[in-house]
Design a protein around this ligand. Structure first.
Ligand SMILES: [Zn+2]
Length: 121
């Protein structure tokens, strides 16, 4: 079975801009951002979708998201931030992940991931 991209990132087999890591989750910059500061919160254990993931892990993911919502909005001086979970056909990578999208609908991505990473980290 071909391993998914996020499992490879979690194992360190694919380089990423990592903001945070603990026993359960990893927080990274999206490599193909929709907006500047597009961040992903990803459980380390592979669960395909929102429907497969245990509730206690969802609580932890959202706790970490809360911390980063504040950090991202402050450091990027963002006026809004959208949380997004794709499910079904719109979910491109079949490993659950929560998108944090500052200024979604207001500003397009203008800077490089590396540039924004230096501001947020
Ligand atoms: Zn995976």
């Amino acid at each position: 079975m071909k391993e998914c991209l996020f499992c490879k990132i979690i194992k360190g087999e694919v380089p990423t801009s990592k903001l945070y890591e603990d026993d359960m989750v990893i927080v990274i910059m999206d490599a193909y951002p929709d907006v500047d500061g597009h961040v992903l919160v990803i459980p380390k254990k592979h669960y395909e979708s929102l429907m497969d993931i245990p509730d206690d892990l969802l609580v932890h993911i959202n706790k970490i998201a809360k911390k980063y919502i504040t950090q991202i909005m402050t450091r990027l001086n963002a006026k809004s931030l959208s949380l997004c979970v794709n499910y079904g056909e719109s979910q491109m990578i079949k490993h659950y992940h929560l998108h944090l999208l500052p200024n979604k609908g207001y500003k397009k991505s203008e800077k490089s991931v590396a540039e924004v990473y230096e501001v947020i980290k």
